[in-house]
Design a protein around this ligand. Structure first.
Ligand code: NAP
Length: 286
């Protein structure tokens, strides 16, 4: 059956990953294309680990305009790029490929997801404020770089493996340092970027390195975990008086930034928000 609006002239983008069937990227991108009146479509491509070079080469031949990149390919595609954005180069990770004009350009919009969600979800501009990031993996590193880039006065990293915490804090240059849970009292925002509390995983019963209840009024709590959408960590932070921001907002804003990369147009963020509001998120993209 032919879907209305899709034809041989439709521009195709997609998300490549494994697993990919429950990714929310196509929903977010297709919502944006409809709102912008663009004859574009976004679909999922299940690409097993190790197959990124073939997938990207194939996408170029097929005229696919761009790809959102998720597990397990974020690092593997870096070496396939003709050009990297500054954040993709610093993070050595790519979550979005532009394939226009015969060139492969790698971007990383995860950090824009964090700052966008904080601004829209809590009205928080981080410039001049102290921030804390829990974890030191890919998502945490993107958060550290973005918070520093947005002018945070200090970015404190708390992680169970110290050398990884040091490496993540170094991304914030002079503003970054490794800290402990005791530092939480003096920051404006805590970004929870470990998988602790994520439903359906071995980490579901774990507690992040700083308890949500340790936060309080005047502080913002952002949990990157969004399954469940309102985590027990966020509940505890909200219960203690902090302003909670759900991780699904990060997903919306990183997808919005990808939309800008793909189309050059301003993303319809409100429509994208509406597309994911009112329900539990599907499986995580990252
Ligand atoms: P990752 O690269 O595997 O890094 C995980 C980090 O969390 C590591 O620093 C690890 O510590 C720490 N960690 C893992 N399990 C822990 C536990 N049980 N208790 C305390 N610390 C733990 O993962 P990632 O890609 O950064 O993703 C992290 C989470 O963010 C995932 O749940 C992911 O789904 C979510 N995420 C959400 C969005 C969004 O749009 N909302 C975007 C990106 C990621 P060690 O260094 O000691 O191993």
């Amino acid at each position: 059956m032919n879907r209305p609006g899709i034809s041989a002239a439709t521009t195709v983008v997609g998300v490549m990953g494994d697993p990919v069937a429950h990714s929310l990227s196509p929903l977010l991108h297709n919502t944006a294309f409809a709102a912008l009146g663009l004859d574009w479509v976004s679909v999922g491509f299940a690409v097993p680990g190790g197959q990124a070079p073939a997938a990207v080469a194939g996408a170029q031949v097929l005229g696919i305009r761009g790809l959102s990149v998720t597990m397990p390919h974020k690092e593997a595609v870096v070496g396939l790029c003709d050009e990297l954005s500054p954040s993709a180069r610093r993070l050595a990770a790519v979550n979005c490929l532009s394939l226009a004009s015969g060139r492969v350009v790698g971007h990383n919009t995860d950090g824009e997801g964090v700052t966008g969600a904080l601004a829209r979800g809590a009205g928080l501009e981080v410039a001049g404020r102290a921030a804390m990031v829990l974890g030191a993996g890919g998502a945490a590193r993107a958060a550290v770089l973005a918070l520093a880039g947005a002018g945070a006065a200090e970015v404190v990293v708390v992680n169970r493996t110290p050398w990884r915490a040091e490496a993540a804090a170094a991304l914030a240059a002079g503003a970054g340092r490794v800290g402990t849970a005791a530092d939480a009292a003096s920051v404006a925002v805590v970004v929870q970027a470990t998988p602790a509390g994520m439903a359906g995983t071995a980490s579901s019963g774990d507690e992040p390195p700083v308890p949500g209840a340790a936060l309080g009024p005047g502080q913002v709590a952002l949990d990157l975990v969004y399954h469940p959408r309102r985590t027990s960590w966020l509940e505890a932070a909200a219960g203690a008086g902090a302003t909670p921001v759900e991780g699904v907002g990060v997903l919306v804003h990183q997808a919005a930034a990808q939309l800008r990369v793909f189309t050059g147009q301003e993303p319809p963020v409100a429509a994208m928000w509406a597309a994911v509001s009112g329900g539990e998120g599907a499986a995580a993209d990252p």
